[in-house]
Write a protein that binds this ligand. Structure first.
Ligand SMILES: [Fe+2]
Ligand SMILES: [Fe+2]
Length: 169
């Protein structure tokens, strides 16, 4: 069992991960509707990963004999001006999640919640990866601007991420 504070913060983080998942699904839908089928594949894969993150915390709370409180998930944004705008939003979202996880880590550190610290280390490392991957995509999209053939080439490459239909625990 954790302190009330830590248990609430971990439950909130489950909700943050599921909201992130839904945001990616919204982005994927816009992409698919606007000819960026590869980006849609990439974003739906990311949707699955965020669900996986939420489930990792879900299982962690249950394993530590804590209550799980599933909260509402917000309606995601589904209107974007460009593929660049999609990935800029994604980067912003990941940066906000990273900051949140760092605050959570700080809280767990102050409370000497050792098992939570170990669990959160995985999440912090994952955020470094995700931010880098998305930042690289944003850089490429800024570089090519509105060049249709270059945009479609980036879209094709994004579609190679694959892994759709992967089951999450
Ligand atoms: Fe996540
Ligand atoms: Fe993420």
């Amino acid at each position: 069992m954790f302190s009330e504070k830590i248990s609430r913060a971990l439950n909130d983080q489950i909700n943050v991960e599921f909201n992130a998942a839904y945001a990616y699904l919204g982005m994927a839908t816009w992409c698919e509707r606007n000819a960026f089928v590869g980006a849609a594949v990439w974003l739906r894969q990311q949707y699955q990963e965020e669900i996986g993150h939420g489930m990792k915390l879900y299982h962690f709370l249950l394993a530590r004999d804590c209550d799980v409180e599933l909260e509402e998930i917000a309606k995601p944004n589904m209107k974007f001006d460009s593929l660049l705008a999609v990935f800029e939003d994604a980067l912003q979202q990941e940066q906000a999640v990273s900051e949140r996880l760092e605050r959570l880590y700080q809280q767990a550190f102050e409370e000497r919640a050792y098992t939570t610290l170990v669990e959160l280390q995985w999440f912090l490392a994952e955020q470094v990866e995700e931010e880098k991957t998305i930042r690289d995509i944003v850089k490429k999209l800024r570089l090519v601007q509105d060049d249709p053939s270059a945009l479609l080439e980036i879209d094709r490459a994004l579609g190679e991420r694959g892994g759709e239909g992967v089951q999450v625990q």
